[in-house]
Write a new protein. Structure first.
Length: 161
């Protein structure tokens, strides 16, 4: 028997992971989110004004918020952070505003103070989390790293100074 003809039988079959919040098909167009008013049109979500006859649903970002299931975690901490907390959090909110303007599904879910030296920011998407981390690192230097998890469906961003 020729082994090459049938392939290896001892290899593990990698299961396909299901992401509840990833869009596998297309929404009927136009579709508007009943919570945030984002509009799905032309194959993407935007902040355009929805027509009166638009289909109605809950967008993936609003569903993540309702389920409290973040895709991104940003941890900002350290003595420098404590001193400049207000300024850094303003930068964080500005970065979210820019990202959210271009990509309605990328939002901050919550900013939680762990203690006086640290906050955890949860996000609905991985891109806004990484953008926040990179902006803080670029503006304030410090130690910055990020790790993707679960097949790049989640991210953890760490910044310390």
């Amino acid at each position: 028997m020729d082994k090459g003809q049938y392939g290896r039988r001892d290899r593990l079959v990698k299961e396909k992971r299901h992401d509840t919040y990833r869009e596998y098909g297309k929404w009927p167009e136009p579709t508007v989110c009943t919570k945030c008013n984002a509009l799905f049109l032309g194959g993407r979500w935007s902040w355009k004004k929805p027509p009166a006859d638009a289909n109605r649903t809950t967008c993936p970002a609003c569903q993540r918020v309702a389920d409290n299931y973040p895709a991104g975690y940003v941890e900002l901490k350290g003595p420098f952070f404590r001193i400049h907390k207000e300024e850094i959090l303003n930068l964080v909110r500005n970065e979210e505003k820019l990202e959210k303007g271009e990509h309605p599904l990328e939002r901050i879910m919550a900013i939680v103070e762990e203690d006086e030296d640290a906050v955890i920011i949860t996000t609905t998407g991985i891109h806004v989390a990484r953008r926040i981390g990179e902006a803080v690192a670029k503006s304030y230097q410090g130690d910055f790293e990020f790790r993707y998890g679960d097949g790049e469906k989640s991210i953890r961003v760490f910044w310390t100074r």
